[in-house]
Design a protein. Structure first.
Length: 239
């Protein structure tokens, strides 16, 4: 029999499930990476919570350890995280954050915690709860994700000196695989089409155009996903 959980409790259970396991595997690797780079534990955990983005965190550690000036460090990390601007905007709109009578600083906090994982789970759960309940779900999800990822980051940091150096490559391989699986679990078909087509096109183009294949694969995959979504909606409206 299906249990009816409150939105907040559902968020916590979701965060400690597949999303938490996927993120924490990568954060374990980040803990190893930060420990080997010479960061202390407080700075490692602080970068996790403040940056909350694997690319930004890896860039921060890499630049910090070579003594990069603070302005350049801040600017580089900021630009790396700017790629999530529209994702955050989409998540805040999905939760209709302006309808909640909460302080502006609280809105900034929830916007900060919207990651690809949180956004994908909001997309997946949006039809199970009313719009006004999605923020409560996201609060539970965020609490669970912060807890499990902080814990696994600390474990990775503590174990870095006894683990093989190859373990540092975990963030490189786990995150793309995890995000791919996450998108394939999305409800809407065009997300799946975008991920699959982009994942096929990128490797095919890489031998010819190098790193540009990532950008081209993303643009073509996203365009195909939107085109198929448009054609499906048009077909339903004409039926």
């Amino acid at each position: 029999m299906k249990k009816n959980y409150s939105p907040f409790k559902k968020g916590i259970l979701t965060g400690f499930g597949f999303p938490g396991i996927g993120m924490s595997a990568a954060m374990f690797g980040f803990g190893v990476f930060a420990g080997e780079a010479g960061l202390d534990l407080y700075l490692t955990v602080g970068s996790l919570i403040v940056l909350w983005s694997m690319p930004g965190m890896v860039i921060f550690v890499s630049l910090y350890t070579v003594g990069t000036p603070i302005f350049l460090l801040f600017t580089t990390v900021l630009l790396a995280n700017m790629r999530q601007f529209f994702l955050v905007l989409s998540g805040m709109t999905l939760m209709n954050i302006h309808s909640h009578k909460i302080p502006f600083i609280s809105k900034l906090l929830w916007a900060h915690l919207i990651s690809p994982t949180g956004w994908a789970e909001l997309i997946k759960i949006k039809n199970e709860f009313q719009e006004k309940e999605l923020l409560s779900f996201f609060r539970g999800l965020s609490l669970a994700l912060i807890t499990i990822n902080t814990f696994t980051t600390i474990i990775g940091f503590k174990l870095y000196d006894i683990l093989p150096t190859d373990i540092v490559s975990i963030p490189v391989f786990i995150m793309p695989l995890y995000i791919t699986i996450l998108m394939l679990r999305a409800v809407e078909l065009y997300y799946r089409v975008a991920v699959v087509s982009g994942g096929i096109i990128g490797p095919i183009l890489y031998p010819y155009i190098g790193d540009w294949s990532i950008i081209i694969g993303g643009l073509v995959g996203g365009t195909l996903g939107l085109l198929i979504n448009y054609l499906l909606k048009k077909g339903k409206s004409n039926a």
